[in-house]
Design a protein around this ligand. Structure first.
Ligand code: SAH
Length: 395
């Protein structure tokens, strides 16, 4: 196994078990590992520090896996990590109301670059590092043994694959082709998931708990669900007997699937309308028309892909929230989210404070949203915390 020597003074993060080593922290590579090989990271003094995946195409040249020298990173190691992650999710699925969740969440589950989502009897995987790619035969075998899925579909179309020199994939890895819409249950609500054509792996199961919390405020209310995708917040609000729900999304496929989901659940279509539009323009149209709502959900895509984009993203979040505040009835609720890892909760609160000031409104934060248990945050990898939200009462 190839030794990779760390620069002197760069030991701290490794000792604290942060899983990333940037190329700039590497002194020397003894030999010529292939991308995706497991290598030994040693200190400048030559002592063992960790095993990790090597990739010279990525800024993150090493993704650390194991800090105990006695524990080899072999087939049994990958099987154990997959089984640990899958078994930890049994709790999410235990109540019979859910058969979809994230089974494996990359670094948080000690498998950097592997995401596995369960959609009833089907699995969708994203393979984002060459190290994971090399070990997929064992990982697929272990997933089959543990879960007996009908299909395992590779949905590795994330842009992060490019940083590892990998191409986009959208193909069946195992089993039979999943149906165009796989029916799943979340919080007792049925969703059709288009794994091959949908966004990311097909569904945003990271909002499961937050959809429930929001729905508990929806009864009898006029709800506006912005960036609705296939209707997570919309369907939960309808289930909670919202007076009406308007959903807005710019994707035609998302709107089509959302309307199909309304039918699948036999919800009253007369209480719902889906608008295919850009949210920013639509909110301005509502304002011009004097339309008001009791509850507004804002769940936009990631505005800040990196820390350097934070300033610009903060202005975009502020503007979006400002206009939504203007559309609320007095004392109305704004459930507003950011899935940008670079934006922490304190900064997000600040953005909301600016938005309120510009809108001439007062805001009370009445609940803080976060990511659910199947998207855990490892204490040594705070970068894994990305989803945050605030439930605001706006006066
Ligand atoms: N709230 C959703 C997930 C939102 S994902 C749920 O609970 O499942 C973000 C969504 O924003 C995507 O569906 C995407 O199509 C949509 N989107 C992105 N930019 C948009 C824009 N400018 N206007 C409207 N929708 C947009």
């Amino acid at each position: 196994m190839v030794d990779v020597i760390l620069k002197k003074g760069k030991e701290k993060a490794v000792l604290q078990r942060h899983p990333w080593v940037f190329s700039g922290a590497i002194e020397r590579v003894k030999g010529k590992p292939a991308n995706g090989d497991v290598v030994r990271l040693v200190s400048a003094q030559g002592t063992f520090m960790a095993y990790g995946f090597y990739n010279d195409k990525s800024r993150v040249a090493l993704r650390l896996l194991e800090w105990n020298e006695e524990v080899p990173v072999d087939e049994a190691w990958f099987r154990a990590k997959v089984a640990d992650a899958v078994n930890a999710r049994r709790h999410v699925l235990a109540d019979g109301e859910n058969n979809t969740c994230r089974l494996i969440f990359s670094e948080a589950d000690y498998l950097p670059g592997l995401i596995v989502d369960k959609y009833a009897d089907h699995l969708a995987v994203q393979v984002l590092t060459s190290g994971i790619e090399n070990n997929m035969p064992v990982i697929i075998d272990e997933l089959q043994k543990l879960l007996h899925p009908k299909s395992i579909f590779d949905k590795s179309d994330a842009s992060s694959r490019q940083h590892e020199g990998l191409v986009t994939e959208n193909k069946l890895l195992w089993g039979s082709q999943p149906p165009e819409l796989v029916e799943v249950k979340e919080n007792g609500i049925t969703y059709g998931i288009n794994i091959a054509e949908g966004q990311k792996s097909g569904f945003y199961c990271d909002q499961r708990d937050n959809r429930c919390i929001l729905a508990s405020y929806a009864k009898g209310k006029k709800v506006l669900d912005c960036f609705s995708y296939t209707g997570g917040f919309t369907l939960n609000s309808l289930k909670s007997e919202a007076a009406s729900v308007t959903s807005v999304d710019s994707s035609a496929l998302a709107v089509e699937t959302l309307n199909e989901n309304i039918r699948l659940n036999n919800f009253d279509a007369a209480k719902h309308q889906a608008i295919k539009a850009d949210v920013n323009s639509q909110l301005r149209r509502f304002k011009d028309d004097g339309e008001k709502f009791d509850v507004i959900v804002l769940d936009p895509p990631k505005y800040a892909p990196s820390r350097s984009a934070l300033d610009r993203a903060s202005r975009a979040y502020k503007d979006l929230n400002r206009i939504a505040m203007l559309l609320l009835n007095d004392g109305g609720l704004l459930a507003t989210f950011s899935c940008s890892g670079a934006m922490d909760m304190e900064t997000f609160k600040q953005v909301l404070a600016w938005a309120a000031l510009d809108a001439g409104k007062q805001v009370q934060f009445i609940h803080q949203f976060c990511q659910p248990e199947d998207h855990p945050v490892r204490s040594s990898f705070p970068e894994g915390e990305y989803l945050k939200g605030l439930l605001c009462r706006v006066f």
